[in-house]
Design a protein around this ligand. Structure first.
Ligand code: HEC
Length: 170
């Protein structure tokens, strides 16, 4: 929703100032989000481009939100590999090697950190501990694919998290 210049109230110019400031901040954030989305699309294009020579041509297909496996194949396997071991066709084009997704539980004392991985995939949490420039931020991408439906975005990330969990080495 776009904000607009608030109506000037002679009796409380301070409030007007605050509202306008808030509004401009919102606008700035919206434009930052657009930039982020653009960057995402670009890095995706790189991954798809790198994939073209070895696998198949074409943009990433729309996938159903109900299948973690299908989404994984469409959005993740190019970097993390079909089995999650980090050997996807686009991996060699990256500076940071894609994580081996089958080792997450064993690196975490045998327990799969569900909500942490959910946040890593969403990519928008303000935790400095993770997230390199090369692991795409999926939250905005799924929001765009899902037409902004928050429940569908959550379903997508949940199903992806469950799928990644199913890849763990026992
Ligand atoms: C463009 C390549 C690329 C794509 C596509 C990609 N990733 Fe990643 N991913 C990375 C890289 C690189 C890292 C390692 C980041 C780091 O070490 O800072 C990573 C890290 C991760 C991690 C953290 C693993 C850990 O041990 O903490 C998870 C989970 C993950 N990716 C899941 C996914 C999922 C799910 C998808 C698809 C929706 C996906 N990735 C798509 C490149 C990619």
């Amino acid at each position: 929703m776009e904000c607009s210049r608030p109506v000037l109230d002679r009796h409380s110019p301070r409030r007007y100032q605050l509202q306008w400031k808030e509004c401009r901040k919102e606008k700035l954030m919206a434009s930052r989000q657009k930039l982020l989305l653009l960057l995402m699309a670009l890095s995706f294009a790189v991954a798809v481009f790198a994939q073209q020579s070895t696998v198949k041509k074409g943009p990433a297909p729309y996938t159903t939100a109900s299948s973690g496996k299908e989404m994984y194949k469409a959005y993740c396997a190019s970097c993390h590999g079909p089995d999650g071991k980090g050997n996807g066709p686009a991996a060699s084009a990256l500076k940071t090697p894609p994580a081996d997704l089958t080792q997450i539980a064993s690196k975490n004392g045998g327990k799969f950190p569900q909500s942490h991985i959910y946040e890593v995939i969403r990519g928008e949490a303000n935790t400095p501990a993770h997230g390199s420039a090369e692991m795409p931020v999926w939250g905005p991408v799924f929001r765009s694919i899902s037409g902004g439906h928050q429940a569908e975005v959550q379903l997508r990330i949940n199903n992806l998290t469950n799928y990644v969990e199913s890849l763990q080495k026992k």
